[in-house]
Design a binder for this molecule. Structure first.
Ligand code: NG6
Ligand code: CA
Length: 515
């Protein structure tokens, strides 16, 4: 209970705080007065900084995402922890850099990367009475290796703190192409056991190599194994036919599961990790989004993602819980055009710039690898604003703990910083230092400065060399001033030798010590 005078003071003070440029006439409640807010993370896959209307997209309209950007906090220097999926997701859920666990893109049969003993965001929230669910792409491994898909598949999300899961086990382009609900493959029939193999071909289903005439979209050699739904995938699979997904049904199935979870838990605090398949390959949006963009399947997948986002916002409103829900819209890494399938992403791009003004993309040490569209929407608590605070998804863990008032153990979420003012639009400051991972190296942000560590070993995956992917890897030091050179064109290492030494040392400390 606060006396009214104190309330008035808190209100006045918070209204006078730094930043919010688009502050409008609306009543903004101080955080401390909130009951435990729900947390909904809409996690797009491979969505680039420039792929959303409010961040400059031209080839596709994203009215639903733009609406939350204009009514909420639009962050312009927010980062995934890494330029690929697995380490970014690892960081989001554990508050640790992926390099602490050698997280890298996982094969579809990899063991669970997060140990059931490890502290996680859903476990933390459970302490405060939250129910939690992960719906969509997982790609953090399952079981202990050698998974038998016909039995209970565990440990998995339930063992690391989620109460409910409905998953694509790895990615859309990897087998098994089945849904996993909690511990079980959905619709599996016992007399047709499902088997998966990433070492050798099994069974006699057609593959992209043997039956290219069955393909609806051509693929590179890595994606040319088992064909399901006219799309060849990475890895070999046999049996379990009744359980195979239809890619075009993802938006409706995942949305229904997410809506169902929110309805069931509307009267208690919840955490929904809505982990989208879009706009990862294979891009097979539902036919109703065909030609929703001028960019072919990649753009149509963005339109689909936008629709899915709108469905979640609408449901929060219908349930009357929007103003007690922190909704974070973001992406796991930057954009890529050709990621293994010939879906015309390159040919139909036109003037659209997936990375906006940034250099690089998915896999890359340049900014577009990790800087992603990020919106925080909490009507009534976050005022409409745009902020260039340097923030990382790593910090969602400690920041949520702070918002709810839960203490963290010393060994918990060691790389996660409390950045509540930056995430709620009350400060433009954000992080001092931020280490970022990409394929083959690590970089460091400090204010508007960016340092990229030189290539340490030469063993980059061969497929990266063949594609039009700018990794940012160099044999020499790179330093950029993003204030004057957002496109990272002018390497200032030669004229900023002291800065190189300081940033190199700091990065070394972060990597070797824990933050
Ligand atoms: C790569 C795949 C790519 C994509 C990526 C993971 C090849 C040649 N490329 O290995 O298609 O699946 O892994 O993407 O196999 S991520 O967004 O999940 O990190
Ligand atoms: Ca990704």
């Amino acid at each position: 209970y606060r006396p009214w005078l104190v309330n008035l003071l808190v209100l006045t003070l918070s209204a006078c705080q730094e930043a919010p440029e688009k502050q409008q006439n609306m009543e903004i409640r101080p955080v401390a007065q909130q009951p435990k807010p729900n947390l909904v993370i809409i996690y797009a896959d491979d969505l680039g900084y420039g792929d959303v209307g409010s961040y400059g997209a031209t080839g596709v309209a994203t009215p639903n995402i733009d609406a939350i950007a204009s009514k909420g906090l639009k962050l312009t220097d927010a980062h995934a922890s890494a330029a690929t999926c697995t380490p970014s997701r690892y960081s989001l859920l554990t508050g640790e850099h992926g390099f602490r666990s050698k997280a890298a893109i996982l094969p579809g049969d990899a063991p669970l990367l997060i140990s059931p003993e490890q502290p996680t965001l859903p476990k933390l929230l459970k302490k405060a009475g939250y129910a939690s669910a992960v719906i969509g792409k997982w790609h953090l491994g399952l079981g202990y290796g050698e998974v038998d898909w016909n039995q209970a598949v565990k440990p998995g999300p339930l063992e690391i703190g989620f109460d409910y899961s409905f998953l694509l086990p790895a990615t859309g382009d990897r087998v098994p192409t089945v849904y996993l609900e909690n511990h079980h493959v959905v619709n599996l029939e016992l007399d047709d056991p499902l088997e998966v193999n990433y070492q050798q071909n099994i069974g006699n289903r057609p593959t992209g190599h043997s039956h290219p005439e069955l393909l609806r979209v051509k693929a590179d050699p890595q994606h040319s194994n088992t064909i399901v739904n006219g799309v060849s995938r990475i890895g070999s699979m046999t049996g379990g036919e009744s359980a195979y997904w239809v890619d075009e049904e993802f938006p409706d199935i995942f949305t229904a599961k997410a809506v169902d979870f929110m309805r069931k838990h509307k009267d208690q605090p919840f955490f929904l990790f809505h982990s989208m398949h879009d706009i990862h390959v294979p891009r097979m949006p539902n036919p109703r989004f065909k030609n929703a963009s001028t960019m072919g399947p990649r753009g149509d997948a963005i339109a689909q993602l936008d629709w899915m986002t709108g469905q979640i916002v609408e449901e929060l409103e219908k349930l009357g819980i929007a103003d007690n829900t922190i909704l974070i819209f973001t992406s796991d890494n930057g954009p890529v055009l050709d990621d293994g399938y010939q879906d015309m992403a390159v040919e139909l791009l036109g003037e659209h710039k997936p990375a906006g003004p940034l250099r690089g993309g998915k896999y890359s040490a340049y900014e577009a690898g990790t800087r992603v569209p990020t919106i925080v929407y909490w009507p009534g608590t976050i005022a409409p604003a745009e902020s260039d605070a340097l923030v990382s998804q790593l910090d969602i863990y400690a920041t949520m703990a702070d918002i709810i008032g839960l203490p963290l153990a010393d060994t918990e979420a060691i790389d996660s910083e409390v950045q509540t003012p930056a995430w709620l639009g009350k400060s433009d400051k954000g992080r001092d230092w931020l280490a970022l991972e990409s394929v083959g190296t690590v970089s460091l942000r400090h204010g508007k400065w960016k340092y990229i560590r030189p290539l340490q070993n030469e063993s980059l995956p061969a497929w990266l060399h063949n594609k039009d992917i700018e990794t940012g890897l160099q044999g020499t030091q790179q330093v950029f001033n993003l204030e004057t050179d957002i496109g990272e064109q002018r390497n200032l290492a030669a004229t900023e030798p002291e800065r190189v030494v300081i940033m190199q040392q700091k990065l070394g400390e972060i990597i070797s010590s824990g933050y």
